[in-house]
Structures are given as C-alpha cells and as structure tokens.
Write a protein of this length. Structure first.
Length: 246
C-alpha cells in the first residue's frame, strides 16, 4: 500500500496560517492582522472562484493558492476529500489516497501543545518539490521557495514526511502524523539559507520555524484533490510532483 501511494501521488500541497472567511473578510475592520493578511494575498485582490464546499479556507487565500499552483488560463476543480476533524488517525486515512493524484494538504495551525516523539520507520520516494508561503508572518506576499534534492517518506505507522537535503541537516523537513500517526501532529523547519530575502518569521540556530517551534499541533488539516489539472512539467510515472504551501 505504501508503494502504491507513493507512485500515485502527483501533487501534494501543505499550507499554514489560513483563517476562516470571517477572520479576513470583515469590511471596514481596523484590526492590524486583517490588514496584514490582505497584503499577504494581494496578488489576487478579487478572487472569482468559490471556496470548495466544506472548507474553512478564506476566499482570498483560496484565490492565492490557485494563483500559485494553477496557470491563470486553466480552470480546475478543487474537491474536499477529508478533514482531520472528521477522522484524525492517518493510518485509516492513507488507503483513501491510493490511485489518487494532484492532492492538496492544507494545515491550519494553532498554539503548539505536543512534545517530542520517538523515531519510526519510513519508505522513501523521489519527488519534485515546490514550497510556497501564503503567510504574512513569513513574507510580504505569497512567495515561492526554491528547493533541490527532494524526497517524500510514508511511514509504516501512518506518517507523511516531505524533505529536501543538500547535505547534513537538510534544507526542509515537514511531517504530518508526527510521532502519533495523527494528521494534526506536525513537525516543520527549514534552513534559513534556503529562504529568499525578506523572511521575517521565527528562527532558531540557523533554521526558520514557521510556527515558532518545530513541533506543533494543527487546528485542522484539509485534503483536496485537484481535477482537470496537468502539471506544467511532466515527470516520469514513478516520480511525484509536490507543492507545499506554508
């Protein structure tokens, strides 16, 4: 099952710092955070596509997400497949991903409340990896982060691990189901030297910690499938193409 999953996933996206419509669409608000979020997605000030049914994503963030993944001259449909709040155990969720491609994972963070976890075994798969940030806490606008030497791991305990490494320590590590096999248990860090200029988020010992620390508990994780979407660059059948938004 692990190998089938690895070979069938063609597009995978993670995103953090997304909020509900009510958080970002209140007209005339004086709240600084609302204004900051408007700047973060200013590349698409007038979204014309509806948020997928069942998602808590804001319309502005959905439009920004589409602008980074889907060329402007193409129409694609985003369908919500699963929410962690409807069933968090990742080991039970993984079978539903087999034979599906163009998957998008959205992570809604909250205050970190999980501690260190033990090690576990994982199977590795080569991939093409794209990393983006939509958060105003990280950059002034939606930003793409170039990476090389990418891989995806699927653990026997039901965890997904995404990474990029040019040497000891690696450039990026992002994990779902970290330690306990639950979708909302997350781990993330990225080497500061791998980031473009303008990063203003938390940093410790040469690494950027997008959520303030490497281990955190997501408020929600949503999984979508993009239909009618063909990646701009074709990769061989056994290599994945992933896009990660943070």
């Amino acid at each position: 099952m692990i190998e089938d999953l690895g070979r069938s996933m063609a597009e995978l996206t993670l995103t953090e710092d997304l909020a509900t419509d009510s958080d970002h669409q209140s007209e005339g608000s004086d709240d600084d955070s609302v204004a900051s979020h408007s700047v973060a997605v200013d590349v698409v000030p007038e979204p014309t596509h509806d948020v997928p049914a069942g998602s808590r994503m804001s319309a502005l963030h959905f439009a920004a997400l589409k602008s980074l993944i889907v060329p402007s001259d193409r129409e694609c449909t985003f369908t919500l497949l699963h929410r962690a709040s409807d069933g968090e155990q990742l080991s039970a969720f993984l079978p539903h991903l087999q034979m599906r491609s163009n998957l998008v994972f959205l992570i809604y963070p909250e205050a970190p409340d999980v501690g260190p976890f033990g090690a576990y075994e994982a199977s590795n798969f080569a991939c093409g990896l794209r990393l983006f940030s939509l958060s105003h806490h990280h950059f002034d606008k939606a930003t793409q982060i170039a990476l090389s030497g990418q891989s995806m791991q699927v653990s026997d305990r039901g965890s997904l691990i995404f990474g990029s490494s040019d040497g000891p320590g690696g450039l990026i590590s992002q994990k779902l189901g970290y330690g306990d096999g639950k979708l909302r248990s997350c781990y993330h860090n990225i080497l500061l030297s791998a980031l473009p200029k303008g990063y203003r988020g938390a940093r410790v010992a040469g690494y950027a910690l997008f959520e303030g620390q490497d281990v955190f508990r997501a408020r929600e994780v949503e999984v979508f499938r993009i239909q009618d979407y063909v990646p701009l660059s074709r990769l061989s059948d056994w290599v994945h193409q992933m896009a990660i938004l943070l």
